[in-house]
Design a protein around this ligand. Structure first.
Ligand code: F0G
Length: 463
């Protein structure tokens, strides 16, 4: 059979360096889990077998990226590596101006401080933890304007990340355009299960907002995965390259925040990119206070150099096709056994629907947290809760926010694991599903004030 980048079905890379992983006993994992307070964030990585906690900063760099590290220019000002990064962002994303930051939330902090006047609103297609936290810190109120299907793990839909234009219009009518700091569109939508946004929707949001003078920004963290879904699913894009699609997507935004730890294939770094020189000047003044000089933000020269290479590698069609298909492979193995997952399968991970998996557990006993703990115990696979714990408390009432989605995320790092690893993960989840009625809930015994999911501690509830 003729093999090309669209039909190839194996890892489009070969392994040049390996990192041994430790296989542990169940007794060892039981001890590790107890000392981690049943929170997978608090496990030591050396106690983990296959680490699907996150796809953030966990990518494998290419030989070219490792070589680029040596070219890093560590000059305090005017580093050559900054110009390499700037050029890559201009070429691949199409934004003229870039301010590097230590990671995505550094960029979110800057843009929230620049664009938000206290009392304004920041509509977005579902919240993300750090994004909303920075918007609230700057005095804004986040309003979810994603379409309803995104909150339903079983609803079909090619673009479940789409903004509901009716909801956005209603907010604009209710509060007035001046009260909207900016609209933030995430591509893809992490907490909806990695669901993409269609090009038609991006265009429509832009056309709705621009005549009213409302800025539209993007959380572009996983924009390449989104571009791949557009290529696969949206009429008119099948013959366009992912690179071309990405450029068109970005043309509908005034700027973006970026966590380079995902699509950009690096272990640390991020940036704020924009078209407006005024925003650039403000970002440069702020970045000096919070991160570093505008020509390095929070990054070392070598990291900017590796990121500039990663930005060009990420739009390779064969790479991104395999990346998304590997996630799909894991999801399909689970789906075939009836395990409840968010569908369609998203771009960066498979999300277990903990409500349907553990229907005997109320949301207040943290079903997704309990399921993530059980999975670790069973096989040393680390996953992440994305449900009531991640959602935190409502600042006004102090009560838990109770999101409709109560999920466990199996996030696949880029270029790190093989399809065989995906099979091992699937076997473990299927084993748990078969004895799901035995899985018990948890009580939260320590709760920090902000972003509680990172450090909260839990204890198992009695039988
Ligand atoms: N936006 C999205 C959609 C993200 O997924 C993340 C990070 C950020 C912003 C913040 O970027 O971590 O570089 O500061 N997500 C990670 C995750 C933590 O595991 O999903 P950061």
């Amino acid at each position: 059979m003729f093999v090309d980048s669209k039909t190839i079905n194996a890892e489009p890379y070969r392994i040049k360096a390996v990192e041994p992983m430790r296989v542990t006993t169940r007794e060892h994992r039981q001890e590790a889990l107890e000392s981690a307070g049943y929170n997978t964030f608090l496990l030591r990585s050396e106690d983990v077998f296959i680490d699907l906690l996150t796809d953030s900063g966990t990518s494998a760099m290419s030989d070219t990226q490792w070589a680029a590290l040596m070219r890093g220019d560590e000059a305090y000002a005017g580093s050559r590596s900054f110009y390499a990064l700037e050029k890559a962002v201009q070429d691949v994303y199409g934004f003229p101006y870039v301010v590097p930051t230590h990671q995505g939330r550094g960029a979110e902090h800057l843009i929230s401080q620049i664009l938000i006047t206290p009392g304004q609103y920041t509509p977005g297609n579902m919240y993300f933890t750090t994004t909303r936290a920075h918007q609230e810190l700057a005095g804004a109120t986040f309003v979810d304007v994603i379409n309803d299907k995104a909150h339903d793990p079983t609803a079909a839909g090619a673009f479940k990340g789409d903004v509901d234009l009716g909801k956005l219009q209603k907010l604009i009518d209710d509060v007035g355009p001046d009260k909207i700091a900016y609209v933030n569109v995430a591509v893809t939508v992490n907490l909806a299960g990695g669901q993409p946004v269609s090009m038609a929707n991006l265009r429509a949001v832009y056309e709705l907002c621009h005549p009213l003078g409302i800025l539209v920004w993007s959380d572009a963290t996983r924009c390449v995965e989104n571009a791949y879904f557009i290529q696969q699913r949206e009429p008119g894009y099948a013959d366009r390259t992912v690179a071309e699609i990405l450029r068109e997507m970005m043309s509908y935004f005034d700027g973006c925040t970026m966590s380079g730890k995902k699509d950009n294939l690096v272990n640390i770094g991020g940036f704020l990119a924009m078209r407006d020189e005024g925003v650039l000047q403000k970002a440069r003044s702020l970045v000096v206070l919070f991160e570093g000089m505008p020509s390095y933000g929070g990054m070392a020269g070598r990291d900017m150099e590796a990121m500039s290479v990663g930005i060009r590698e990420m739009v390779d069609d064969a790479y991104i096709a395999h990346r998304v298909r590997q996630v799909e492979y894991l999801g399909t193995l689970l789906d075939e056994e009836g395990v409840p997952i968010v569908k369609p399968i998203g771009g960066h991970g498979v999300f277990l629907d903990a409500r349907a998996f553990l229907p005997h557990l109320e949301q207040d006993v943290f079903p997704a947290q309990a399921l993530a703990a059980e999975l670790y115990l069973d096989s040393g696979v680390r996953s992440m809760e994305r449900g009531i714990v991640s959602a935190g408390r409502d600042p006004a009432t102090g009560d838990h926010r109770r999101p409709k989605l109560e999920l466990v995320r199996l996030t696949v790092p880029r270029r790190v694991y093989t399809d065989r690893h995906m099979e091992v993960v699937a076997d473990s989840v299927i084993r748990l599903y078969r004895r799901r009625s035995e899985i018990r809930g948890l009580a939260m015994v320590y709760e920090p004030e902000t972003l509680r999911f990172f450090t909260a501690r839990f204890a198992p509830l009695g039988a």
